[in-house]
Design a protein around this ligand. Structure first.
Ligand code: NAD
Length: 339
């Protein structure tokens, strides 16, 4: 199908190509923060293409209004609403919730995806204000959004909360984005802890109340609200063979490892968005999990192409890497007591 004419950087939505039924989210209403560009734009368009309605919460008013127009035209129905939102501001979250409920009556899916990717400096050369901003968008934003939308989901025993996380809980030495990873790790903690909080709903309290050491953890999530983190990686439209070489090492510094990027296919927003819809479809199974894009593509049967892990010299051979393994491989953490 021809793409709608737009200034937005979009490609064909891949819901059908991924084998996802195109009405799988019929009747569902999603809020997508940072939903007006790149990955979030992919999520917004793909949710609508899968039959849902979407509220685009972004602080970029121009891109947000255009996203609303494009989605409504692509789907031939009034299924998109843009609400200018800065996720660091409580009044904006309140306004978002009021507008979303006024238009669609409920919110079933919350995807916290907004981030300022420029807040990506090393801690030694960044300001504390930059660190505060990173926490404010990711962790504080997640907490405010959860408080605005999850009580309604709990009441209706129906909902999905997803966070666009990263597998880098520590900044890799070749990237140095401590301010970014610290914010992302804090938000991951908020979201994954919510997974445990909702699991206690509808369970018999242990003697002494929940939270006591020794109390058995509930095994089943009876709340109807499922929570998970999805980690995109390397999402952009560009040719990795044209990537510039790494900067030369400074005197006394170890050589940068030579990474074989030819083995690593960059992924597109539309591919990651199809993966997100697949995760929403499987949210009950994924409750409390953090999943990386290549594991999701594998579970989907690689509808687009196989995403191979980057081969880092000296790192163990993994078929694919789990969340923690990826962080460890890239970040060359210490050996602990092992040596
Ligand atoms: N791009 C990747 O490869 C990658 C990898 C791992 C994780 N992620 C995560 O995925 C998410 C999206 O990444 P992206 O590459 O699409 O980012 P992007 O910078 O292209 O888009 C981010 C969007 O968030 C919006 N935004 C920023 N601050 C906001 C705020 N305070 N309130 C509301 N909206 C705000 C921006 O306007 C923009 O539309 C981020 O959370 C990022 O950390 C991205």
């Amino acid at each position: 199908m021809a793409l709608v004419q737009t200034t937005l950087n979009i490609d064909e939505v891949l819901i059908e190509k991924a084998g996802i039924p195109k009405d799988i989210l019929k009747g569902e209403v999603a809020v997508v923060t940072g939903g007006a560009s790149n990955i979030g734009l992919g999520y917004s368009r793909s949710i609508a293409a899968a039959g849902g309605s979407v509220v685009i919460a972004d602080f970029n008013a121009e891109a947000g209004a255009e996203t609303e127009r494009v989605i409504n035209e692509e789907n031939g129905r009034d299924c998109a609403l843009f609400v200018k939102t800065d996720v660091t501001k409580q009044e904006d979250i309140d306004n978002l919730a009021a507008k979303a409920l006024a238009k669609f009556g409920k919110v079933d899916i919350l995807i916290h995806n907004a981030m300022n990717m420029r807040l990506n400096g090393p801690i030694l050369s960044s300001t504390i204000d930059e660190l505060d901003q990173s926490y404010a968008i990711s962790a504080r934003g997640a907490a405010m959004l959860i408080k605005a939308f999850v009580p309604g989901m709990i009441e209706r025993k129906h909902g999905t909360v997803a966070y666009s996380a990263t597998q880098f809980h520590y900044a890799p030495p070749m990237v140095g984005g401590t301010v970014y990873t610290a914010g992302k790790a804090a938000a991951t903690s908020v979201v994954m802890s919510l997974a445990n909080e909702v699991k206690q709903i509808g369970q018999d309290p242990a003697p002494g109340g929940f939270g006591g050491f020794g109390a058995p953890a509930p095994t089943e999530n009876k709340s109807g609200v499922n929570v998970f983190c999805y980690c995109p990686a390397g999402v952009m439209r560009f040719d990795p063979s044209k990537m510039p070489p790494p900067p030369p090492s400074k005197p006394g510094e170890p050589e940068m490892p030579k990474i074989d990027f030819s083995a690593f296919k960059m992924t597109t927003p539309e591919e990651n968005a199809a993966a997100m819809v697949f995760c929403i479809q499987n949210a009950k199974k994924l409750h409390g999990s953090g999943v990386i894009h290549n594991d999701v593509f594998e579970a989907m049967g690689y509808p687009f192409h196989e995403v191979k892990p980057v081969k880092v010299p000296g790192a163990p051979e993994y078929r694919h890497l789990t969340d923690q393994e990826l962080t460890m491989v890239f970040c060359y953490m210490g050996d602990g007591f092992s040596k």
